[in-house]
Design a protein around this ligand. Sequence first.
Ligand code: TH1
Length: 800
Amino acid sequence: MGLTKKRFIADFQAEALHLFADSLENLSPMQQYQALAFLVKGYYAKDWAQTKADYDHHQQKQVYYFSIEFLPGRLLASNLLNLGIKDTVEAGLKQLDIDIPDLYAQEGDPGLGNGGLGRLASAFLDSMAADGMAGNGNGIRYQYGLFKQRFVDGYQVELPDDWLRDPYVWETRKENRAVIVRFGGSVYLTPCDNGGLEPVYQDTDDVLAVPYDIAMVGHHNHMVNTMRLWSAEPVPGHAHSLAEKSRINAITQILYPDDSDTAGQELRLRQEYFFTSAGIQSIITHYRRFHQDLHLLPNFVAIHINDTHPAMAVLELMRVLLDDGGLSWEEAWQITVQTLSYTNHTLMAEALETWPEEMFARLMPRLYQIAQEVDHRFRQTYTPRFGGELIQRCAPIADGYLRMAYLAVIGSHAVNGVAKIHSELLKSSVLKDLYTIFPERFNNKTNGITPRRWVQVANPELSELIDSAIDTGWRSDPSLLVPLAAHLHDEKFLKALHTAKKANKEKLAAIIFDQLGIEVSTNAIFDVQIKRLHAYKRQLLHVFGILEAYLAIKNGENRPSRVHVFGAKAAPSYRYAKSVIRLINAVADLVNNDPDCKGKLAVAFLPNYGVSLGERIIPAADISEQISMAGTEASGTSNMKLMANGALTLATLDGANIEIKDAAGEDAMAMFGLTTPEVAQLKASGQYSARAIYEADPTLHRVVDMLTDGTIPGITTEGREIQDELLVYNDTYLVLADFRSYVEASHKLDALWQDPIAWAQAALKNIAASGQFSADYTVARYGRDIWDVLPATPVGHGGE
Ligand code: TH1
């Protein structure tokens, strides 16, 4: 975009006048933000319309990414970056004497997701636009996002996230594209003209699905894609009772606050059908504007099922092809399988969705009929070859439940996990039987992140330093970071790296002081763990590491100074996770108020972790804690963001940590703990005794005792609960088993810290190797291997 500073200032002033009938300097920062955002929306509007027109004109194959969560983060800075006008606009703002960080901070984060799954979905939309692929998001416009987290007396308190209270500038309501989603009622089949059967619906609850579109601006390529979020409304003209209206509105009112641990509420099932049906209907309506023949659907449309939440797409697409399209079962099934693909994001049994047949049949009677037919044909087709036992284990319906992961595999032509190890484990554990039947469908697509947001926007200090060393090509093609490694022995560069990190630590220290009143030294190691709070992610192990250091300091030992930074929300109903939050805050109180720890050890638990807080924490991190029990974290993505910002990974061999190790080198990080096979073997042997380990390790003994002996004030019940999980319930996630090797790995990093040049070299190795984890490459691989869609914009190499 050929925008000059002068032109921008004039446009901005005109927009302010237009929107608020006042001059810029009289507006509040929020109004100034809104004026700027509207102006930017206008800057890309033409490209947005043109991109859609071009896709239609060239009949480009479209990808539809169905996800029950999205976490786009703030869009102003990233849109400016992608449009190539960020520097110009910022120069203009400076001339207008506007506080730029304060202006950006006016924008709220849409909290339409819980964690990695939602953030990955948004990264993929951003990357599809950057790659010039015709990629669309399909999801839910929740009225309330994930709760805002506060701490009161160290306890998590959840406040509603009413993110739509201020008008959300980036969305556009598309009333003309609304569709009707039918729930409940009854359905029977009746003979129709072509000799087949036709379903007749009676007494259905109809809901209007209204789409809100948000632009996904491509990086420097004039392409603008769409994220479409659906809102549930009463159908105009229908006589709804008040109770019905509120039942309808409830469908898109709230996001379920669970990450990868629970499943199974009726409203959740309604949400899933709502956005899946709306998406499928609008795709087919659009397709039919250009094509008569539904058989060609897979040539023009790819629909991706992000985890099982939209797995009903299998049944809904069948419904539309059979009932509206009049195709035979065989034809419809072939089209469905060729159109759909599925990503699994977790092996955790609790998160594998199953729905009671009764509930499913009541809410979606027609889909249930189709599911029964899928089940029947699956059994009939494969039992002769694979035997009844295997088929019973992996059929879509069994024991009164629909099993959504199995349905997704059976109804898709491709199935992938999100890191190499995870994709392997899928084949050998939860999807083993279906892998036996459909081996050719299984593949790996290691997750990725968007370095545009996590490095270019969040860390300008590092970005400029990289530019000065290897020029700016990496900004469009992060695989070009590799040559940065040539500076491994360039002391001046290594020192500059340290200085840039220090500047980011100063900024984070100011936030920590501002929010928590804790003064931290920026000479300390900033040791960061940011992710949802889950037992399997083992924040508790990190706490035990802190307590080990605390005891050492009390004992007069000299250790490099550390600041432990946490960010983590717990699901409101997850008692154990909330107890760990209380524990972290109590340990923070203990440590931060102990004069012996001053300048040596500090703990800062920043509330309300999300995309925007991540942008402040990640650039300041020295250590990235990725310490899940091996075999539990499917991939992780904060590991990639932190690596890209030069943090050293302290990790188990789990998820994408393994690929990070292969990329950066073992000497540039610290690995520890039991491996996945060791965990499996230990669990299978029945020989694990947490208590025996506790008895054998005096330091660990002391640390575990601290939970209940009053050393950490104010955690009587929580301390007892956590200690019982370890010693009475025998430590499900092997915290005690990994404690010793965790502490040793951590000491290894302490030793490295004593040599600033060696530390900077390790940081540099991480940065130089991080480019392969750009989601631009991940998405290009999905396009090549799964969707059959090629990037229109060159995307470089990125590993493979
Ligand atoms: C996460 C995984 O736990 C994480 O390892 C992975 O990096 C991320 O997805 C992206 O692939 C998951 N989030 C959810 C959320 C729900 C259900 C399952 C998962 S798995 C609601």
